[in-house]
Design a protein around this ligand. Sequence first.
Ligand code: 13P
Length: 336
Amino acid sequence: MSELNKIALKIICNGKGILAADESNGTMTKRLEAVSVASTPENRLLFREMLFSSEAMKDCIGGVILYDETIKQTSSSGKSIPDLISSVGSVAGIKVDTGAKDLANSSEEKITEGLDGLRERLKKYYELGARFTKWRSVYIINKKFPSKLSINSNAHALARYAALVQENGMVPIVEPEVLMDGDHDAELCLIKTSEVIKKCFEELVLNKVDLSGIILKPNMILAGNKSKNKISNEEVSQKTIECLKKSVPSEVPGIAFLSGGQSDIEATENLNLINKNNNTNFIMTYSYGRALQQSALKIWSKNTKDIKATQNTFNHRAKMCTLAAQGKWSIELENK
Ligand code: 13P
């Protein structure tokens, strides 16, 4: 087993999943201001440190994706944030892309940037304690999009990123996200997501990336958020498995879904059904941002001194997601 494969498995084995706490300062400011909390470096750290020192970290959270600001911050106990995370057996990760910018000659679409100087930045992040990384590409969807240009350019960037990350001893999370915005049906999402993922693997192979040392972070197959043809959770799970079975090479150890704007329960229930119906060898788990943090953030904003209530809320979500990652979740357990 390669070192990279071992790290990947440590992050996603035994129902463990990933806490995506890598919101950029811009996004985190939107999230905090939406619940009337000032977005200062201290408040951003306060909220995140509460999560990283909560009880669910040990059994549920195999890895935490950090943002550049957070990985350099020191916790109240004096430990660095990566040390705080690894002290409970979890793995610290870091978002390394520098964001999605307008794609030239297809300005409705985005290209993710961050390759310039990446090798040097990766070395610094490794020294700070990161052992895995994330790069997210985003794709709009309708009959016309994503275009070949966006699919090819983003796949190329993702593969060059992944090769550099492995060169530096870390596991790349490869995240091609087909957005849920729009009135498209689930069938179109299936077709476009499959095309996007297949192209990513074509480029990953071309760039000689060790597929046993990556984690794929895709969207689930859903109808658009404005679609009149919503499908059942059972259908979501079947279509998602169908897509991944056809598009992902078998060497890949695991798949960690993004929540992408699904409600907490929806993201949990869909993951649970995916695992119940999973007839592949892939580990299927979560790498949720909003679906793990949003409820805790709401509780915290009511009383920022109430650490216990905030952590209890996060613990519950993390436990529910970890049950779902093993196909053991139920609405009864959810409401208990
Ligand atoms: P969501 O689960 O909120 O979609 O965030 C996951 C993520 O890391 C997006 O890049």
